[in-house]
Design a protein around this ligand. Structure first.
Ligand code: HEM
Length: 435
């Protein structure tokens, strides 16, 4: 019953309002409820671009303008939002009353929903163990993991679902290694992650909300046990170091530690899977670009930036104004929400020439905002870039004749965008041919 009420307050009301708003053409309502926007957001993004730099909606604003998205992300006049933050007072009260204490990525204390001084404290701690040096040493392990996963596909005669067998496995194995997750638990946390992925979306139908809730409960229980077991038997993984650093002088309490560790773990595999799937699909759809990167492998890092730019695994974020703030000539009032369409900013013609074109040689591809900007800039960006590069290069080196064997299906998420399945006929295995 408690979950029903919570769903109604957080999603049901918004769903109802969104379906009315959609009929009236409200852009935010369309973003939440229009299946056509979900299937292909890009025509909608261009429609918004032709309307205004800052588009007014019934509950706030929306922007696809690169400069505005960038500036709001970096502004001290805005803060990150949290679940239920802009609900009307009575609904906020119900939301608080039905809180079961479960950790959710958009409810404090995870990094994504807090600001200084808490944000500085949590982020400093994670950065102290998640250094760029630590990430650089992972490259070799990344190559090995990709090879093992690709070896496993070599006796496959028909089409394989590359998302299930490769794109999802590589990130979870790597982040699992880093964070000391036992091999036998990986499949389980992938399942929790898959169930919980729509937790970043608003206006969920009841059944999907329930599935998200079950995923979050499962993940919470698993994580608490995992941290407890590492505390008893620390390993040489970064999670054990994080626990030690957090415990030292009580820098993070248990709930803060669990939230921080949980976000790094979940963000570590729920996003990169989309980068790999989107990348494989995009390169197979553009054989001339694939041929170019195969002939000139030094182009791989830029190809990954271009894939991130053109089909951003995280499509949007949002910020709440803290005070009256001028944005493109409009005064945004305290508490008003601005939805920042990262995927739209990435296709702004003022920054990217011929923005809809997939061009792995694009000189400024890495100016994309797919990893956000400012204080909340993605903490795993270096790892994600390495995973994208090694993951895609290893796949196409090994299976140069790979081709699509069906249409594939998109994930049922809006903030996150990627493939839930992508059937691929692998063709001949280069390792088998050369041996
Ligand atoms: C292609 C892969 C990835 C993409 C597109 C991505 C994207 C993002 C974005 C857009 C944000 C900021 C959201 C905002 O400003 O509201 C973010 C934050 C974050 N990401 Fe990533 N991410 C990726 C991979 C990773 C990986 C591999 C990890 C962990 C190892 C990670 C850990 C985090 C964390 C901890 C934050 C919160 C940072 C903060 O709030 O200070 N991400 N990511």
């Amino acid at each position: 019953m408690r979950q029903r009420i919570r769903w109604f307050v957080l999603h049901g009301v918004i769903r109802g309002l969104a379906s009315i708003g959609m009929r009236r053409g409200d852009p935010q309502a369309r973003m939440i409820a229009d299946p056509a926007v979900h299937a292909d957001p890009f025509p909608f993004i261009e429609e918004l671009r032709s309307t205004n730099r800052l588009v007014r909606t019934r509950v706030g604003y929306l922007t696809v303008d690169y400069e505005l998205v960038h500036d709001v992300l970096r502004s001290d006049d805005f803060r990150v939002t949290e679940l239920g933050a802009n609900l009307p007072k009575p609904l906020r009260w119900v939301h608080q009353k039905t809180d079961s204490g479960l950790l959710h990525p958009l409810e404090p204390p995870p990094l994504l929903s807090v600001e200084p001084p808490e944000h500085t404290r949590y982020r400093k701690l994670v950065s102290s163990v998640f250094t760029s040096r630590a990430v650089a040493t992972l490259r070799e392990r990344l190559e090995e993991t990709a090879k093992v996963l690709l070896d496993d596909l070599s006796d496959q005669s028909g089409a394989v679902d590359i998302v299930e067998r490769y794109c999802s496995q590589l990130p979870v194995t790597v982040i699992g290694d880093i964070l000391g997750v036992p091999d036998e638990d990986r499949q389980q946390i992938l399942t929790f992650g898959e169930m919980g992925a729509p937790s970043l979306d608003v206006g969920l139908p009841w059944r999907q909300y329930l599935q998200v809730h079950r995923g979050i409960v499962g993940f919470n229980v698993w994580l608490a046990e995992h941290l407890e077991s590492l505390r008893r038997n620390p390993g040489d993984d970064l999670m054990s170091q994080l626990i030690e650093a957090a415990d030292e002088g009580g820098r993070l309490n248990n709930r803060e530690l669990q939230a921080t560790a949980g976000l790094v773990l979940a963000a570590g595999f729920e996003t990169t899977v989309n980068l790999l799937g989107n990348g494989i699909k995009m390169l197979l759809d553009h054989p001339e670009q694939l041929a170019m990167v195969a002939a000139r492998p030094e182009l791989w890092p830029n190809a990954v930036e271009e894939i991130l730019r053109l089909d951003s695994p995280v499509q949007m974020s949002a910020r709440l104004a803290l005070r009256d703030t001028d944005v493109a000539g409009t005064t945004v009032r305290p508490g008003e929400l601005v939805v920042l369409y990262l995927a739209g900013a990435n296709r702004d013609p003022a920054v990217f020439e011929n923005p809809g074109r997939f061009d792995i040689e694009r000189p400024n591809a890495n100016k994309h905002l797919s990893f956000s900007s400012g204080r909340h800039f993605c903490l795993g960006a270096a790892l994600a870039r390495a995973e994208g590069e090694v993951g895609l290069r290893s796949f196409f080196d090994r299976y140069p004749q790979a081709r699509l064997a069906g249409a594939g299906t998109r994930r049922d998420t809006r903030v996150l965008r990627g493939w839930s399945s992508l059937p691929i006929a692998l063709g001949s295995d280069r390792a088998a041919v050369s041996s």
